[in-house]
Design a binder for this molecule. Structure first.
Ligand SMILES: [Zn+2]
Length: 304
């Protein structure tokens, strides 16, 4: 199987006029010789061995072959694939390493024409600073068990014994065009991609992976409130069970507990209130006890 629709976000690095060595490589690809001032060149980080938002990463051993496949590939604007949108071309690639990070860096050029002036200005101004790349890979491997991804039980993005499953892409067969992506659109696309990956994650995992510091703090606050809510709910269930035993419905503690737990919070509160009133009416002295206190007494007095 070949995974033909692999599109990844990549980053635009430096830009400017080519040096002699770069110009030589550009002229090896161009139809007619170009002078340095006619050319605008820039570099991009295309593919790396870091897991992305889709929980996929490139096998670092696949990067050299991928780098070779990208030479001569053209760049377009926002995935509009037509001849007149082919604005740039990759003339050089290399695999670089920064600690454990391995990545393909590509150098591309475009002509300084009137037609390209706006795009060059946008790159210079930092508006167009991200690119999306496409390639085809023949193999996808599960990072947990090493089997071909999809043939095992593991799902990318899901944690197994504290390790998140990643699909490792290898055996590149082709590289396609790259696209300039305006930053706002890319941010939006980025969010969508994160949500796709997030389908396989718990909310906590998702926030931990993709959330901002403020979102992580919000999540912690919500988790604290939820813990308080769960504790209060457990108290209500306990009291409803105790009062159910006092009122002697004939139901066992297990049945009372299961019934109370099946109710939503409003129903549980309503039942609790009704039982409290009934208990108070039937057993006036015991109504002086708080329900949870009564529960403790009853646990020993009424349980069989
Ligand atoms: Zn697996």
């Amino acid at each position: 199987m070949i995974f033909t629709q692999i599109n990844k976000a990549a980053a635009l690095l430096s830009a400017g006029t080519p040096n002699d060595e770069q110009l030589k490589k550009i002229n090896a690809l161009s139809k007619s010789p170009l002078a340095a001032e006619e050319v605008y060149c820039f570099s991009m980080r295309l593919c790396d061995n870091l897991p992305d938002r889709d929980f996929e990463c490139f096998d670092e051993r696949a990067l050299p072959a991928l780098a070779a496949l990208f030479i001569g590939k053209t760049g377009i604007c926002d995935h509009e694939w037509s001849a007149n949108r082919q604005v740039a071309r990759i003339f050089d690639t290399q695999v670089l390493r920064d600690g454990d990070l391995h990545f393909v860096q590509a150098s591309a050029y475009m002509l300084r024409t009137d037609k390209n002036a706006d795009l060059i200005a946008e790159i210079e101004g930092g508006i167009k600073k991200e690119v999306s790349v496409g390639c085809a890979m023949a193999e996808m491997t599960c990072s947990i068990c090493g089997k071909p991804y999809g043939t095992c039980m593991h799902q990318k993005g899901v944690g197994y014994d504290g390790k998140i499953c990643i699909a490792i892409l290898s055996a590149p067969t082709d590289a396609y065009e790259f696209s300039f992506v305006a930053v706002p659109a890319q941010r939006e696309a980025g969010v969508l991609k994160a949500m796709k990956g997030g389908l396989y994650m718990s909310l906590e995992e998702y926030v931990q992976k993709a959330g901002s510091p403020a979102q992580k703090e919000d999540y912690r606050a919500l988790a604290r409130d939820a813990a308080l809510g769960r504790a209060r709910r457990e108290e209500l269930v306990k009291e409803v069970v105790s009062m159910g035993l006092i009122l002697d419905f004939g139901a066992t503690e297990t049945v009372l507990r299961a019934a109370a737990q099946a109710l939503d919070h409003a129903q549980l509160s309503e039942l609790h209130k009704a039982m409290e009133q009934k208990t108070a009416a039937l057993f006036p002295p015991k109504s002086q006890l708080s329900a949870s206190h009564a529960g403790e007494v009853l646990d020993s007095a009424f349980l069989i």
